[in-house]
Design a binder for this molecule. Sequence first.
Ligand SMILES: [Zn+2]
Length: 74
Amino acid sequence: MKCRECVEQLYPYLDKELTPPVETEVRAHLEHCHPCHDQFEFEALFLRFLHARTRAQGAPPELKEKIVRELLEE
Ligand SMILES: [Zn+2]
């Protein structure tokens, strides 16, 4: 798996939406790729923060998706 492919799986991976074989590939990549590992760590932290915030504000899921989509487009 290349870094670009790995990063494309970032959100599905964090949301646990990947199929087991793909998840295994992502995890294997993260184990030996520090840049991707760091990025995943950062996004995981950020997502946790986002989830906590949107839950606290009672934001609808569509809003959360919109925020995530905008982040991915940057
Ligand atoms: Zn990588």
